[in-house]
Design a protein around this ligand. Structure first.
Ligand code: SIN
Ligand code: FE2
Length: 205
């Protein structure tokens, strides 16, 4: 287990090729029911370059008027999000060190030009549970800093099958995606990168 900074657990190549392919087929079925859409920044309404959808009881969404939040339904179809695949629930059980289920799985899709600015994941009710993040498809340059904006950061080139866990001191670490490396993986037929983030949103009990 390599650790790029305190509280960040990095599990390179954690998912086998078969596990990646199985997961991708599940994600394809989820995006048929809950299509990827273009999220918009709070207040400005500026479109993000990453497309999103979710599975789970709750999904993370953002738009001009209501900003960042979790809700139980897709913003366009208004239907409940599809369930989180068992494979992901099992992965959470295996690595999260947290006794309750994840409620949300955000699905981010990056084409070759997409990126994500530095941010904290802080829309959950409490931060006891980790954020478990899975990479599929093309490599990316992931950047992670500390809990204050603008501090020192480290970069980590993530590949398909890698898992990153933000927990403890790093649960509220600033992080983002600077760049996608096009055509570096065949698992999505050279068509970009998918990132999945599993999160517990509500306080258990
Ligand atoms: C995110 O922070 O939501 C995405 C991180 C990633 O794409 O690796
Ligand atoms: Fe994030």
């Amino acid at each position: 287990m390599k650790s790029p900074s305190k509280g960040v657990r990095y599990l390179p190549n954690h998912l086998s090729a078969d596990q990646q392919n199985h997961l991708i087929s599940q994600i394809r079925s989820i995006t048929r029911q809950a299509p990827l859409y273009i999220p918009r920044m709070p207040k400005t309404g500026k479109p993000m370059s990453v497309k999103m959808t979710n599975c789970g009881l709750l999904g993370w969404v953002t738009d001009k008027n209501s900003g960042y939040r979790y809700q139980s339904f897709h913003p366009l179809t208004k239907k409940s999000w599809p369930e989180i695949p068992d494979q992901l629930l099992e992965l959470w059980q295996e690595i999260a060190n947290y006794p309750h289920r994840p409620e949300a799985c955000l699905i981010n899709y990056y084409d070759s030009d997409a990126k994500m600015g530095m941010h904290q994941d802080r829309d959950e009710q409490n931060f006891d549970a980790p954020v478990v993040s899975i990479s599929l498809g093309d490599d990316c340059m992931f950047r992670i800093g500390g809990v204050t904006r603008g501090g020192p950061t480290r970069s980590l080139r993530l590949q398909s099958g890698d898992v990153v866990i933000l927990e403890g001191e790093a649960r509220l670490a600033f992080h983002g995606v600077d760049k996608i490396y096009p055509d570096t993986s065949m698992v999505l037929n050279n068509a970009g990168r998918i990132n999945l983030t599993l999160r517990r949103v509500t306080r258990p009990g």
